[in-house]
Design a binder for this molecule. Structure first.
Ligand SMILES: [Zn+2]
Length: 125
């Protein structure tokens, strides 16, 4: 989809003091660019151990690419855009992990971009 979204005009780094709307972070040009960089860095393959699926799926397909934050960025721009904190995974792995995590008592808090809201989540280690 090539829909252009208006974010109300702010540009650059959102302030972290006032805890910005997380979703707004994903609408930034910086994220769109970075996301592509991570996917290309990871060869469009799922980095989940033992998976390695080619991430060529469309939105919501099992092999759709998701760029996951290992550590919850909590709206922190630095963490949000740190390449070391990002990994490409397929939606199947992502959903499975989120599900397993919730079975283990972790908070199943992920949006479609793979943001974990639980610092105790296995991926946050
Ligand atoms: Zn995978």
């Amino acid at each position: 989809m090539m829909v252009k979204k208006s974010n109300g005009g702010w540009r650059g780094q959102p302030g972290t003091r006032h805890r910005p709307e997380h979703r707004a972070l994903y609408n930034t040009k910086a994220w769109t660019t970075l996301r592509k960089q991570i996917l290309s860095r990871d060869d469009y393959r799922c980095q989940w151990p033992g998976c390695g699926s080619l991430l060529i799926g469309r939105h919501l397909a099992p092999n759709a690419p998701i760029v996951h934050h290992k550590l919850d960025h909590k709206g922190d721009w630095q963490l949000f855009t740190d390449p070391a904190n990002l990994m490409a995974v397929c939606k199947a792995c992502h959903d499975r992990a989120a599900q397993e995590a919730s079975h283990r008592g972790f908070i199943a808090g992920h949006d479609e971009d793979g943001r974990s809201i639980d610092p105790g989540h296995p991926w946050a280690k």
